[in-house]
Every structure is written in structure tokens, then in C-alpha cells.
Design a protein around this ligand. Structure first.
Ligand code: AHM
Ligand code: MG
Length: 327
């Protein structure tokens, strides 16, 4: 018999109040994921399919799709039923109050990769769970400014050919897969281990002319292949949905790179620290991988703003160390 997410969370929480709160929040996010997976799967049959909402970009500066907002609403509805005080979201300028007595704050990218919705490519939901005490954080926004190292749990869902949840509760990384017949997430991988070495990188190579010198030098060395300084041939994969690229890396190794570049607005890359880089860094480290901005471990970076961007390199630990050596 496969272990359900519910049973796994119950086992994790035991009698510990904070763990029970975390377990409740993860279960609610997974539940929202089931609903979002259904909406995504309807594809062109659904009314909301890839529609752009109004003319205004979201808080992060990207065009907002109808489905981005529907996904956020599904998460809010679920997390109102968990001990979560505030939600920080890519789709909302300021933190959203949920439960005054909550002992957690959660940060989410409700629908990562949403520019891919109309192309039938995997998209997903990313979440980060942090501790909250009203006395410690008179301004709720400050609770979301904790370093990634303070996360109690984090993970992401991918809505692809199968719907999967990659989760860490702070001790290893697990993969659960949605069983459509029962509606339950079932444990598929109990302890994910990202291979330390790789011959595969993921980067948007069309930005090459904008890159900084270390990034350019690293990719040049990969492209030189067997006869170059790396002494091996590299393969390249780029989905354009970080969650999908991350899931491939969790499955067979690899590195993902989105560093800062010279384009306007891209000095710190494209990814957001609090609800994209931090949760992905946490599940990556718990799967024996590494995550850096080039010079500093992602989880050690002090956030300054909810929607702040950060250069991000994560995946196979030896290759991440190699990339850092260029910086
Ligand atoms: P989003 O949260 O608005 O979807 O943006 C983040 C996405 C990542 O999922 C993906 O890796 C990256 O942006 C792709 O960027 P680009 O289109 O520049 O290649
Ligand atoms: Mg995103």
C-alpha cells in the first residue's frame, strides 16, 4: 500500500503543535493544487484559458493571466482553513491577511511558468512556509523577510503529464504523485538525491549577449565540449517553467541558471527570492543539491522586499560549485 500525503504528514507532525500547523498548511496547498491541476488540464476547453487580465502587470511586473489569479484564489481559500496568519504572493502587492491567530506565514508563486499555459507545457505552484509570531513581527510584511534558512517547509507542484508535489519538511525531500482515481497524493520517492555531477545545464541562451563575464565564460566552456577545459560534452534543456526544469533536475541532475544580466530590470535576474528561489533552494539542499546567487548561498540571503529578484543557480552540487568558481 502506498503512503498517502495525509498519512505522511500525520506521521511527521506527531504531537508537536508547530509541526501540526506546518502539516495542515502543506495539506491545504496540496488540495489547492488538485483544483489548479484540473483547471490547467482543461486547457483550451476552459473559459479562462490563457486569458490576459486587464492591462496592468502584477506586483512582480509580469503580465497577469486569468489563471494566475484563479490559482491564487484557490490557494487563499484553502489556506484560510489552516493556521496561516498571512500570505505573500507573486500576484499581490502586499501580504494578504488570513487568520489572526495563525502561527505561520506562507509565500507562493501561485502559477509559475504561466506564460506557457497556452502551449500545453507544464506549469506549477511554488510555496515557502515560515514561522510567525505577532509579538516578533508587528508588521506582517517583516515575517516574510526571514532568510530562507528559517523556512519550516517548502516545495512545488508541477501540473504536467502527471501532477507531482516535491516537498521538504526539513528532513530530506520527497516526491508525491497525484493518483487521479482516489484524489490522493501518494509517496513516489521517499528521499530524492540529485546526482552531484552533471553534463546538462538549463539557461535561456537567447540572452547570451546580455550576460556578465563569469556566466559567459562558464557557458563558453560548456559549449567547447570534450576538447574544451571541461573535458566533456554538455546537453542543454530549457522549458521556460522553472518548476518543470527543477523537476527534471530532481530526477536526473543538471543545473538551472538565471543570473543577472544587462537588460533593463534584469540586474538581479528574473526569479523572485522569497517565493521562487528560497523554496527551490530548500528542496534542492534537502535533496543533496546546492543553490547560490553566484557568491552567496541562497538560504543565507537577507530579503529586503517581498517581490525582490535574485540571481539563481541551483541543481547538482559539484556543478553549482563549479559555476560559483567563475564568480
Ligand atoms: P513567472 O513566475 O512569471 O512564470 O516567471 C518565472 C519564469 C520561470 O518559471 C522560468 O524559468 C523563467 O521565468 C523563464 O524566463 P524567460 O522567459 O526569460 O526564459
Ligand atoms: Mg514564477
Amino acid at each position: 500500500m502506498s503512503v498517502t500525503l495525509q498519512a505522511y504528514l500525520r506521521d511527521f507532525a506527531g504531537d508537536d503543535a508547530q509541526k501540526q500547523a506546518v502539516a495542515a498548511a502543506v495539506a491545504r496547498i496540496a488540495q489547492a493544487g488538485v483544483a489548479i491541476a484540473d483547471l490547467v488540464a482543461q486547457g483550451p476547453l476552459a473559459d479562462h484559458f490563457a486569458k490576459v487580465r486587464g492591462a496592468d502587470p502584477n506586483a512582480g511586473g509580469d503580465t497577469q493571466k486569468e489563471l494566475d489569479v484563479i490559482a491564487e484564489e484557490a490557494i487563499i481559500a484553502e489556506l484560510k482553513q489552516a493556521p496561516v496568519a498571512f500570505l505573500g504572493s507573486e500576484e499581490s502587492e502586499t501580504p494578504i491577511p488570513l487568520n489572526a491567530a495563525g502561527t505561520l506565514v506562507v509565500a507562493v508563486d501561485p502559477l509559475d511558468g504561466s506564460s506557457n499555459i497556452d502551449t500545453n507545457v507544464s506549469v506549477g505552484t511554488i510555496y515557502s512556509i515560515l514561522p510567525y509570531e505577532a509579538a516578533r513581527f508587528p508588521d506582517p510584511a517583516d515575517a516574510l523577510m526571514q532568510k530562507g534558512a528559517a523556512q519550516l517547509a517548502a516545495g512545488f507542484l508541477v501540473y504536467g503529464p502527471s501532477t507531482v508535489l516535491v516537498s521538504t519538511l526539513g528532513a530530506g525531500t520527497q516526491v508525491f504523485a497525484l493518483d487521479r482515481a482516489s484524489g490522493d497524493f501518494l509517496l513516489a520517492v521517499a528521499a530524492v538525491e540529485i546526482p552531484a555531477e552533471t553534463k546538462e545545464y538549463g539557461v535561456n541562451q537567447s540572452n547570451m549577449r546580455h550576460w556578465d563575464t563569469p556566466m559567459r565564460a562558464y557557458i563558453d566552456d560548456c559549449l567547447a565540449g570534450k576538447d574544451g577545459p571541461r573535458g566533456k560534452d554538455f546537453n542543454m534543456r530549457w522549458v521556460g517553467s522553472m518548476v518543470a526544469d527543477a523537476f527534471r533536475i530532481f530526477t536526473r541532475g543538471g543545473v538551472y541558471l538565471y543570473t543577472g544580466d544587462k537588460r533593463k530590470g534584469y540586474a538581479a535576474g528574473r526569479l523572485r527570492l522569497i517565493y521562487e528561489a528560497n523554496p527551490v533552494a530548500f528542496v534542492t539542499e534537502q535533496a543533496k543539491g546546492a543553490a547560490t546567487d553566484g557568491t552567496t548561498r541562497i538560504l543565507d540571503i537577507q530579503p529586503e522586499k517581498l517581490h525582490q529578484r535574485i540571481p539563481l543557480v541551483f541543481g547538482s552540487r559539484d556543478e553549482v560549485a563549479k559555476i560559483a568558481s567563475y564568480y
